[in-house]
Design a protein around this ligand. Structure first.
Ligand code: ATP
Ligand code: MG
Length: 426
């Protein structure tokens, strides 16, 4: 199959990594074929600065190791060479083809390809191939363009250049089949559309609804990686809107609709922080996405919950999420801490206020309280109080607060429980 070769006249060569070009040149000097490929070419053609550079070549990973002094072979699903060039890591992958089985959706009579799971998902795609086969196994036409830095041209096997010009995200091949064989492509479609301002090609868009349920068959660890890319790359709110529009929020999260107000606010604040290079953490976003799931799992008599109840509710909410998205433990702990600290914002006593201000999760829990205030889930004056509390000095603050109130001890289940004045939820 012959490509269309176009001069990339609009491409700003100053944005092309000199190190990536050096990798392409070294491979060619060693007798191999090599191009820049994928997201970096797409971003360059759209006038954006690529975040990293990938090279595709007919050299095998072992060949690549022979060409460069500093190479690390990585990847379980397929071997990729990480070439370190003057401090920058360039990903070098060998041309691959989709394997035969990919063309054969699982049939009702029990036959299925060795390369597809019972759901029709690709299990292995590590067969080397020619460059045109490599183009066809990629996801979107704009991701399947090969840039030749030697003459500033682009090799196009799937009409990707037309889609760059038309700002269209179009899946290569039969949309439903390509989504079925890897349902993560559905999420990638929304992510690229939101991030790059592309519109989905009608046939690509139409294939989402019939295939989206298959996302539940994707390994939860992979969906966590995708969760980060969807919502923590600066366009989370737009991506969330697209995900909601296409019925994906209810597939990814256990209790989505009630959570939307606070989830949206958390996304907006995450996007804002990323825009000004402030640190963000998945735990905070998860705390917002799962807040209503957590509340739902607290005992109904919210004024009577204790630390143990909250701990249990947090565990149960996180466990429900693990069904689709595997949340690494440390992020789960973060969300749990943020949730469990919420009722303490309503306990305005000297000791509690001082302890809370010193707590290592105070800042996150306070930011979360402000999201609750903004979504009418906590009283505005409580938010104001805590905002001001951080501005005044500790002695002044203590003067205005009661010492710990005397408490009547209640006996329940045979052990003492410290009463909680307010769940801080109502
Ligand atoms: P980003 O800017 O997010 O890195 P990208 O397009 O480079 O975007 P990667 O995940 O780095 O995305 O993948 C590199 C390339 O590999 C893609 O451009 C695409 O050609 C191909 N690819 C990645 N994931 C898939 C997939 N699930 N199915 C088919 N091709 C894929
Ligand atoms: Mg990339």
């Amino acid at each position: 199959m012959l490509p269309v070769r176009t001069t990339a006249s609009a491409l700003n060569r100053a944005l092309v990594s000199a190190n990536a070009v050096a990798v392409v040149e070294a491979l060619r000097d060693a007798g191999f074929d090599a191009y820049l490929v994928g997201g970096c070419v797409r971003d360059l053609l759209l006038g954006r600065t690529p975040k990293d550079f990938d090279v595709a070549t007919d050299a095998t990973p072992e060949d690549v190791r022979g060409v460069f002094p500093r190479v690390r072979l990585v990847g379980r699903r397929f071997r990729i060479a990480h070439v370190r060039m003057r401090g920058e890591v360039i990903e070098v992958s060998t041309f691959r083809r989709a394997q035969d089985g990919d063309d054969t959706p699982p049939s009702r009579n029990g036959y299925r390809s060795a390369h597809l799971s019972e759901h029709g998902i690709i299990l292995h795609d590590n067969a080397y191939g020619a460059i045109d086969e490599d183009a066809l196994r990629r996801d979107f036409t704009v991701n399947a363009l090969y840039y030749d830095p030697a003459d500033n041209s682009v090799l196009d096997y799937c009409d990707g250049m037309a889609d760059i010009v038309g700002r269209t995200l179009r899946i290569i091949g039969d949309p439903a089949r390509r989504f079925r064989e890897d349902p993560v492509r559905i999420l990638r479609a929304l992510r690229f559309a939101a991030k790059l301002g592309l519109h989905l090609h009608p046939a690509t868009e139409a294939a989402i609804a019939p295939t989206r349920e298959m996302l539940t068959a994707v390994p939860p660890a992979r969906l966590f990686d995708e969760f980060i890319k969807l919502f923590m790359q600066g366009h989370g709110e737009q991506t969330f809107d697209l995900a909601a529009k296409h019925g994906l929020v209810e597939i990814l999260f256990p209790r989505p609709p009630q959570g939307e107000a606070i989830a949206r606010l958390a996304l907006a604040s995450t996007d804002e922080r990323i825009a000004v290079d402030k640190p963000v953490t998945p735990g905070f976003l998860l705390a917002a996405f799962l807040w209503h799931e957590y509340l739902h799992r607290l005992p109904q008599d919210a004024g009577r919950t204790n630390g143990e109840d909250r701990e249990q509710a947090a565990c149960a909410a996180l466990a429900a999420q693990q069904q689709t998205i595997a949340v690494p433990r440390r992020h789960g702990y973060f969300a749990r801490d943020v949730w469990c600290l919420q009722p303490r914002f309503a306990q305005l006593t000297q000791r509690n206020v001082a302890a809370l201000l010193e707590h290592r999760r105070f800042r996150a829990a306070y930011d979360f309280l402000m999201l609750r205030v903004a979504s009418d889930d906590a009283p505005a004056e409580l938010g104001r109080w805590w905002t001001e509390a951080q501005a005044v000095d500790a002695d002044e603050l203590a003067r205005d607060l009661p010492a710990e109130p005397r408490r009547r001890r209640r006996r329940r289940h045979g052990k003492h429980r410290a009463p909680v004045l307010n769940q801080g939820v109502a």
